[in-house]
Design a protein around this ligand. Sequence first.
Ligand code: PMP
Length: 304
Amino acid sequence: MEGSRYIWMDGEMVPWAEANVHVLAHALHYGSGVFEGIRAYETEEGTAIFRLGDHMERLRRSAKAYSIPLEWSVDDLGKAAKEVVAINELESAYIRPIVFYGLGAIGLDPAAATVHTAIAAWRWGAYLGEEGLRNGIRVRVSSWRRIDHGMLVPDAKGTGGYLNSILAKTEAVRTGYDEAIMLNAHGSVSEGSGENLFLVRDGTITTPPVAAGILNGITRNSLMDLLQDEGHHIREASITRGDLYYADELFLTGTAAEVTPIREVDDRPVGEGKPGTVTRQAQDLYQQAVTGRLDQYRHWLEFV
Ligand code: PMP
């Protein structure tokens, strides 16, 4: 990964190389942290962070879900994120806030541990590759099931939960695919290892509901608004593995992955085996929204 110069840590700008934690930090041992992934885009009027307030609000909710006391307000965190982008002179960036337990407790109860908050930002290109954005990616259904509502809080972005995503992602890559699609404990489709999923069939767009164990993605929610404005009907409904095979189009959404078409699932071509018209429209609308070219969604942008 490409670094940058400063990371905001507990209220101060710290040089990249000095933004370290102790090896006995609670979060390192038990995954007791929550985080966010946000993107800033270059627009005609300067650098803008996409849905910054909504991301920081999700961070607050994730911390609440896991009872991690948050020292900073959503506003404070938003201001700090802007400062990190500015001080690093980034025109576009991936922004990574994290709140985690540090030193002070090594038993499972983290109450005696310190809580730390950091926000880093650096340049990061297409998560699933430029070629993937253009022509679509190849996915497989994972042998691993997505974390369930009875095990963790799947719609909170807790660091520990990502061991589950890592199992799915590494299995997919090791076996020659670009990304994994995870079923939930009941066998319904949930999402990618770090993206939400949309399916198009006979003109209807479907995406799994939060009850399916997904992370309630901000890109997903943005796309639902954007596509509905264009007259599409979007259903939040359960999707089966077979539905994936009969789909005309499939695409993934996420801050890092943006809108990535899927061209093959479990070695079966999706539709014609190339990105379809709804997928192209979704990509186009999303790019217009994040770069400030849609007047009705200007409020999604926070200028640095
Ligand atoms: N699902 C998972 C598991 C993720 O990690 C992400 C990325 N944060 C998403 C979905 C997409 O969420 P968002 O659109 O808010 O980035």
